[in-house]
Design a protein around this ligand. Structure first.
Ligand code: CP
Ligand code: NVA
Length: 322
């Protein structure tokens, strides 16, 4: 495929998304076949927000492919404050072979991709979480056999996870519903993109304020935290507003009898989901979390495998002055 970055599900064709999923399945089935594929290559991981799954799955994933990772914490880099995004990109491209970034504003990953000569991977922004969506649909494929035609009901905040779930669902021909309180819908341009892509793939994207309507006869019921990282100050206010959107047994019962419950995690048990649902036999949240590893190994392989580690830039005589 020869893609350089992994910034958004929207940047790919449906065939390319399916290619990543096929590669992830192959890697999951035959991990040792790829164990030396990224030998001698280093992934820098810039985290401006906390993480368990993203950090561990990228770290373990690149090691399983024969490479190394470097964890850069929020305190160390301070993108755009201690140092400009441009300078961070121009420094890191001299020393590592790819950069994964978890940050706030989405334009930071886009600017990093514009400035850096090495691949950039979006490890979550306020706008989207594409690596999560790859793991989500890998899990759905494993459990349901196929994604096209399935009803995927997202209940809660129309946030980054919701956007990527809609984008990938549209790519794969799913019927994605998002049930949110008024004022917390996914962004209009994200819905518009999903509708347009869905028109080509058979997928649809439907918004509602009624969680029962979204969950009714669904194959997948998905939720996420009501206040995302960076919105902690709103958590108390949101808790009251979002309570009717809690995925509890009464709501989950409206889905198909073999529906699966999904959550990107971390979960706030007792808020967006009850213990009864997340600990039920229908819950696949830990399989979903494990699939972050396999899905991201496919992304790392595709982006990094055939890129050589460059020779150091040789000294050049000065011929001009500024
Ligand atoms: N789902 C997810 O991205 O988890 P972390 O925030 O722990 O990385
Ligand atoms: N919407 C959540 C997802 C965490 C993986 C957040 O951004 O905090």
């Amino acid at each position: 495929m020869g893609r350089h970055n992994f910034l958004s599900i929207k940047d790919f064709s449906p065939e390319e998304i399916r290619y990543f999923l096929d590669l992830a399945r192959e890697i999951k089935s035959h991990p040792s076949a790829h164990s030396g594929a990224l030998k001698g290559k280093t992934l820098a991981m810039i985290f401006e927000k906390p993480s368990l799954r993203t950090r561990v799955s990228f770290d373990v994933g690149i090691q399983q492919l024969g490479g190394f990772s470097l964890y850069l914490s929020p305190a160390e880099i301070s993108l755009g404050k201690r140092e400009s995004v441009y300078d961070v990109a121009k420094n890191l491209e001299r020393m590592v072979q790819a950069i994964m970034i978890r940050t706030y504003a989405h334009d930071i990953v886009e600017r990093m991709a514009e400035y850096a000569s090495i691949p950039i991977i979006n490890g979550l922004t306020d706008y989207s979480h594409p690596c999560q969506a790859m793991a989500d649909y890998l899990t759905i494929q494993e459990l349901k056999g196929n994604v096209a035609g399935l009803k995927v009901a997202y209940v809660g905040d129309g946030n980054n996870v919701c956007h990527s779930l809609m984008f990938a669902g549209a790519q794969l021909g799913a019927h994605v519903w998002a049930a949110t309180p008024e004022g917390y819908e996914p962004k209009p341009e994200a819905v518009e993109w999903a509708l347009q892509r869905g028109a080509k793939t058979g997928g649809t994207c439907t918004l509602t304020h009624d969680p029962a309507e979204a969950v009714s006869a669904a194959d997948v019921v998905y939720t996420d935290v009501w206040a995302s990282m960076g919105q902690e100050a709103e958590a108390e206010m949101r808790r009251k507003l979002f309570l009717p959107y809690q995925v509890n047994s009464d709501l989950f019962r409206k889905a198909k009898f073999d529906a699966v419950f999904m959550h990107c995690l971390p979960a706030h048990r007792g808020d967006e989901v009850t213990d009864e649902v997340i600990d039920s036999p229908n819950s696949v949240v830990y399989q979903q979390a494990e699939n972050r590893l396999h899905a991201q190994k496919a992304i790392l392989l595709e982006l990094m495998q055939y890129r050589d580690v460059p020779e150091p830039v040789p000294f050049q005589e000065m011929t001009t002055s500024v």
